[in-house]
Every structure is written in structure tokens, then in C-alpha cells.
Design a protein around this ligand. Structure first.
Ligand code: HEC
Length: 135
């Protein structure tokens, strides 16, 4: 094989590897893990939670401060979760799907009964996450 060919091949390999690692870093930044939680996102989630945007309904059942309503909902400011593992991903899933078979109270409808877009869900889940991760 001519040297030039080998150089091209190597170049291609390096490029491919670079593309894969770029894709991986893009993926992890959009994976909505806790590193993606910014103050702006939390502020938006706060507005959804309290119904100022996207007609969010969360505070009606979870209380304005998220500490819950006895017999209906638990305390979102505590790290103890009734459902899920408390990760951002799990919180997003719960907000999206609701809780069909709650341990107490009435079922939580998907998106709390509002029509939330995926960015709304991401934001409100980040807000809920922040409630129990103040430090
Ligand atoms: C109709 C009342 C209602 C509304 C509205 C509502 N929820 Fe819920 N939510 C519940 C109930 C009931 C549970 C389950 C409690 C249980 O399992 O004992 C729950 C559970 C959760 C959980 C899991 C908490 C845990 O510890 O298991 C999260 C997170 C949550 N809700 C977030 C939200 C958000 C965010 C909104 C607004 C988009 C919202 N909820 C709107 C009633 C509601």
C-alpha cells in the first residue's frame, strides 16, 4: 500500500474517532443529567410549577412550597422519594407519565393534567430536583 494511502486511512480513523467522541459529549450534554440544571432552567421550572407559564398545576397538589399535602402527596423538598430514585431523569419520567397508582391520594395525571412541552417538563423536573438539592 502506498504511504499516501496509509496516511489517508489513518486520517480517516482519527476523524472517525473524533466524531464519535464529539457525538458522545453532545449526547451527555443533552442527556438531561444534573449537570444540565442551570439557574435559568430552574427559574422557568418554578413558573411552570406555580402555573405562571404553561398552565402548570403542580402547586395545587404539591403545595406552593412543594412540601406536599397530607394524605395526597409527599414532601418534594426532602430527598426521600415515594416514586422513582430522585434523579432528574426519573423526575422527568414521573412528570411526563404521572403516577397512575399512587401510594396515597388520587392519581397524578400525565404532566399534572396540563399540556407541557418536553422543555417545560425538563424545566419543572429541574425545579423539583433543586428543591431537595439546595446545596
Ligand atoms: C392532581 C394532583 C397532582 C397534580 C396536579 C400534580 N401531581 Fe405530582 N403527584 C401527585 C400524586 C398523588 C403523587 C404520588 C404520591 C404517592 O405516590 O403517594 C405525585 C407524585 C409526584 C412526584 C414523585 C414524588 C415522589 O416522591 O414520589 C413528582 C416529582 C411530582 N408528582 C411532580 C409533579 C409536577 C412537577 C407537577 C406539575 C407538572 C405535578 N406533580 C402535578 C399528585 C399531583
Amino acid at each position: 500500500m502506498p504511504v499516501q494511502r496509509i496516511t489517508w486511512l489513518l486520517g480517516g480513523l482519527i476523524l472517525a474517532a473524533a466524531t464519535v467522541s464529539l457525538q458522545q459529549s453532545l449526547q451527555s450534554s443533552t442527556n438531561q443529567d444534573s449537570t444540565a440544571i442551570t439557574p435559568a432552567l430552574i427559574a422557568r421550572g418554578d413558573s411552570v410549577f406555580h402555573g405562571q407559564v404553561a398552565s402548570g398545576t403542580c402547586s395545587a397538589c404539591h403545595g406552593p412550597d412543594g412540601t406536599g399535602i397530607p394524605g395526597l402527596t409527599g414532601d418534594l423538598t426532602s430527598r426521600k422519594r415515594i416514586n422513582g430514585d430522585g434523579s432528574l431523569r426519573s423526575l422527568m419520567q414521573i412528570v411526563q407519565d404521572g403516577v397512575a397508582n399512587p401510594k396515597q391520594g388520587v392519581p397524578m395525571p400525565p404532566s399534572g393534567g396540563a399540556s407541557l412541552t418536553p422543555p417545560d417538563i425538563h424545566a419543572v423536573a429541574a425545579y423539583v430536583y433543586s428543591l431537595s438539592h439546595q446545596r
